[in-house]
Design a protein around this ligand. Structure first.
Ligand SMILES: [Mg+2]
Length: 396
């Protein structure tokens, strides 16, 4: 059987790179994306190369990083911006194949088995993708090219930033065998410790160890990894056209301080509904039920899911219905720490229910479309509901 040709594209220091691409004045500074120390989650989430060189580690507290790197610039995460960059990368990938599988916002597998010859081979595709992402988005990616998903991913880790690595049938023993076992996806720290006890340190050791030496539970995992590493199980990548539409579109937030009043709750709901409705409109989807989850300051969670009287994707409808539901099921007895809304029972525009108030619906559609156009052109913050501007408890 013909070998598959799989690319794994991994954006280098993604969050921090997007920030420096978006704020070029920070390009020569150590930058980290972190939770805000004044809020409740003050740790480093991502850092750029300059911060990395000064010892800044992902997952450590901001104060620890600042001790090592006093000039570190900490920015709050801007997930919408990262999603936009991720989407732009996907548009570039789609020029080369429709078989694309994302892992998070910054990593993707592409199956180019059927299309590589159209572009002069997989290495040319990797070079073009790197160039296009560098020039259009001003960030860099590393690409692994191989005959299985696991090896393509391994390849993208070997050389970075802005590099590509081919792991072929011919060179894979030379490249893969000397690597430590924990270099591949699927081998965690516990398994590494157990294997090390058996004198298995490298992937070569792992591939050479006779299966009967391993206990039965371990043996299943081992056989699976071995099959993948040797390319007997390459992993399928589905076409983007075959993917199911999402079952729900949700968004949640932990407020900066606990909230209590109905006005504060409504402002938070508005903030979430605004994001959810924009995402639904982007995918041309309408929701006909809404789930709401509220976590109070004692960390108790109450949830409900209700059908909506109409299918909708407008912010004002979600706020109106969500507040009606909250009035009915929330006792307003405890302070609230976080709220999550999820639009469910999603349908496409084709089977949306017709409202008897169609005229009003048309006007709402027009307003929402105008908001979407403005935000696409000038950024998300160009237009915000007025109540959100004075809601200092929402982490915008
Ligand atoms: Mg990455």
């Amino acid at each position: 059987m013909k070998d598959k040709i799989i690319l794994h594209v991994d954006a280098n220091s993604f969050y921090a790179s997007v920030e420096t691409s978006f704020h070029p004045e920070l390009k020569k500074q150590p930058v980290a994306v972190s939770g805000n120390p004044k809020k409740r989650n003050g740790i480093i989430l991502a850092k750029n190369e300059l911060a990395k060189k000064q010892g800044v580690l992902t997952g450590e507290a901001i104060w620890e990083s600042k001790q090592k790197c006093p000039d570190l610039i900490c920015l709050p995460p801007n997930m919408e911006l990262y999603e936009e960059f991720s989407e732009e990368m996907h548009h570039i990938f789609e020029k080369y194949t429709h078989k694309i599988e994302a892992m998070g916002l910054d990593e993707c597998w592409l199956d180019v088995t059927e299309t590589a010859h159209l572009f002069g081979g997989a290495e040319n595709i990797a070079t073009s993708i790197r160039k296009e992402i560098r020039e259009k988005l001003n960030i860099t990616v590393s690409v692994g090219i191989s005959f299985s998903k696991i090896l393509a991913k391994l390849g993208s880790d070997l050389k970075k930033p802005d590099a590509q690595t081919v792991i072929s049938r011919e060179n894979y023993k030379q490249i893969v065998y000397p690597l430590p076992i924990e270099s591949i996806i699927g081998i965690g720290s516990r398994m590494t410790r157990n294997l090390n006890k058996m004198n298995v340190f490298t992937l070569g050791d792992l591939l050479e160890i006779p299966a009967y030496i391993l206990d039965s539970k371990f043996s299943i995992v081992f056989k699976d990894i071995r099959k993948k590493l040797l390319g007997f199980s390459t992993g399928e990548i589905a076409s983007i056209y075959e993917k199911e539409p999402p079952k729900s579109v949700g968004n949640g937030t932990t407020t900066i301080f606990d909230i209590f009043s109905r006005d504060e709750i409504e402002a938070t709901v508005l903030f979430l509904a605004d994001k959810i409705s924009a995402r639904l409109r982007k995918q041309k989807l309408y929701a006909s039920s809404l789930s709401i989850s509220i976590r109070d300051c004692k960390l108790n969670v109450v949830k409900t899911c209700r059908a909506l009287p109409i299918s909708t994707n407008t912010t004002s409808d979600f706020v109106k219905f969500a507040m009606k539901i909250i009035d009915e099921f929330w006792g307003f007895g405890e302070k609230i720490r976080s709220i999550r809304l999820s639009a469910r029972n999603l349908t496409t525009t084709d089977n949306v229910q017709c409202s008897i108030f169609q005229n009003i619906e048309d006007k709402k559609d027009g307003l929402n479309t105008s908001i979407d156009i403005l935000r696409k052109k000038y950024g998300k913050a160009i237009i915000l509901p007025a109540t959100m501007l004075c809601s200092d408890f929402i982490s915008k």
